[in-house]
Design a protein around this ligand. Structure first.
Ligand SMILES: NC(=O)CCC(=O)C(=O)O
Length: 266
């Protein structure tokens, strides 16, 4: 399976419309060299540009949806199009990821469950998603997650329980906590014996320098590919069959006790 992670830099001199055009063209450039393309979180605004969330919020089937559906179809790839600030018809905003099939059909949406910011920013501006989402691709089942979700291992266990073998993380992670990003991506891969395909943003979002360093980790925790700090397309090939082999040869997931129906000894 060939994946391209497009580590987009958000630069305040570029309009959202211009960035959408540029990203569409970057997706189209992956035609013939990728089966799966992954984009970062909130790349239209920047993940930390809180004051733009409401102004740039779109209905689900808004301009980013239209552009990304077309780009996926033109490139003939599965596209995790990162996330958009989605305005639900009932009013609330969500941080919503979109996944398209190579025919340009919407395959899944995922509303970010864990919002970042504690008592400000995204945590107060956006509503929380409630559903775990997996998508069956021809070669692997992917589980969806967004940025701060990476700190919550129970989410990934839930995805694995729903069949996930490849865990996608779409993020806008700050440089300040880059060591956490790399460590947590490897931890999620090792503990779930799954691939982690984690695409971060680059540039500076509303004064917050971004880490970049998109990363792909195999089910043994080895880093298969890692980007630098700036805008970059990180390309990697991996064998989804390694998930089953790893889980068979080192069957730690079968030793789970908590949260399972455990026969009690006493
Ligand atoms: N956009 C985010 O979710 C940022 C998460 C973050 O900065 C962290 O977990 O650290």
């Amino acid at each position: 399976m060939r994946a391209s992670l497009i580590q987009i830099a958000v630069n305040e001199d570029e309009s959202v419309d211009a960035r959408r055009e540029r990203v569409s063209s970057l997706v189209r450039d992956q035609a013939g060299s990728a089966d799966l393309v992954v984009l970062p979180e909130l790349w239209t605004t920047g993940a930390f540009a809180y004051e733009l969330f409401a102004a740039e919020a779109e209905p689900l089937e808004g301009p980013t949806f239209e552009a990304m559906a077309k780009a996926a179809r033109d490139a003939g790839v599965w596209l995790h199009a990162g996330s958009i600030p989605e305005r639900d018809p009932d009013g609330p905003l969500y941080n919503t990821a979109l996944v398209f099939s190579p025919e340009g059909e919407l395959a899944a949406t995922y509303r970010k469950i864990h919002r970042f910011g504690f008592d400000k920013g995204e945590a107060v501006l956006m509503s929380a998603g409630r559903e775990l989402v997996t998508v069956r691709l021809p070669e692997t089942v992917v589980g969806l997650s967004t940025c701060y979700d990476l700190r919550f291992p129970e989410l990934y266990r839930g995805l694995v329980d729903r069949g996930a073998e490849t865990l996608i993380v779409s993020a806008g992670w700050p440089e300040r906590r880059r060591s956490h990003w790399t460590l947590l991506a490897q931890a999620r891969a090792v503990e779930n014996q799954a691939y982690v395909v984690a695409c971060a943003g680059a540039g500076t979002h509303a004064g917050v320098p971004q880490a970049g360093h998109s990363i792909v980790v195999d089910p043994w925790g080895e880093v298969l590919a890692e980007a630098g700090a700036g805008e970059e397309v990180l390309r990697v090939s991996f064998d989804p069959g390694r998930v089953g082999v790893t889980r068979e040869q080192f069957p730690a997931l079968k030793d789970r006790l908590l949260g399972m129906d455990v026969p009690r000894r006493s």
